[in-house]
Design a protein around this ligand. Structure first.
Ligand SMILES: [Mn+2]
Length: 268
């Protein structure tokens, strides 16, 4: 078999699911595996996932959850506001997993700080959330690469003419007409975050980009499946954008009318 490049979406602490997925994919010595970030939070075994990925020969990019953890525990003293927002975004389960394993997180934090925001594989470009369609690559920082959603998804033209951007971060079934487990393809991008942790889904996805094959394991019942990419991918619907835009326009109009009323009232 030729060398395969396997991309794995948001794991969120589902270590057992990850092991089952890798068993199904069975990466050989020549294969490469890439992780899209969000190894941690919400699921039960974040510390184990980080340990595994750190010790593996594979590459990982930074997700917003690793970024939150770094912020929360920066300078070895707890940053209260950042701690609160991380803790309530699934950090509580990560703290518990470090207690369970007895591992101190400081080496892991160092490793997380060293993770790149994106990886360029030539024909494929990996980033956790997406990028700002209006900014050059050098200007893309954490809050774009790790957090962006609508502005990136709704872009009409691909950012790159010669590279497919593969992302996680946004749960695919939160897009219009997408079932749990399905992937979503927009203008120049493909989202593979099928949300292992969410009770509506449970699917953890690995994509063999060279052979266009999807491997999935469901962390709720250990079901595994393998199928061609085109059977499981849905197009990003432009009408979702239109709907939201109309809604925004409506709110802006309403707001203007309200302000006008206030002005008229103040005048009278
Ligand atoms: Mn995520």
């Amino acid at each position: 078999m030729n060398q395969r490049r396997i991309i794995i979406g948001d794991i969120h602490g589902h270590y057992d699911g990850l092991m089952a997925l890798l068993e199904t994919i069975a990466p050989g010595r020549d294969d490469m595996v890439y992780f899209l970030g969000d190894l941690i939070d919400r699921g039960p075994k974040s510390s184990q996932v980080v340990e595994f990925v750190r010790k593996s020969p594979y590459q990982c990019i930074l997700g917003n959850h690793e970024h939150m953890m770094i912020q929360a525990l920066s300078d070895t003293k707890v940053n209260n506001e950042a701690w609160q927002s991380w803790y309530h975004s699934g950090g509580v389960e990560t703290v518990q997993s470090y207690r369970d394993t007895g591992i101190m997180p400081y080496d892991d934090l160092e490793w997380m700080r060293s993770l790149p925001l994106y990886l360029d594989l030539g024909d494929i470009w990996l980033v956790h959330a997406g990028i700002d369609p209006k900014l050059p690559i050098q200007k893309q920082a954490h809050h774009q690469c790790c957090w962006i959603r609508h502005k990136f998804h709704s872009a009409e033209k691909p950012y790159f003419s010669d590279k497919l951007i593969i992302i996680g971060h946004t749960i695919t079934f939160t897009f219009n007409d997408v079932e749990p487990g399905e992937l979503v393809c927009g203008a120049g991008w493909l989202d593979i975050d099928t949300s292992a942790y969410h009770p509506r889904s449970g699917w953890l996805t690995g994509l063999d980009v060279d052979n266009k094959i999807i491997y999935q394991v469901n962390v709720r019942n250990n079901q595994t499946r393998k199928m061609p990419l085109d059977r499981l991918v849905k197009p990003y619907k432009a009408r979702q954008v239109l709907k939201q835009k109309t809604q925004e326009d409506f709110l802006i109009r309403k707001n203007k009318q309200a302000k006008l009323k206030v002005k008229n009232y103040q005048r009278s």
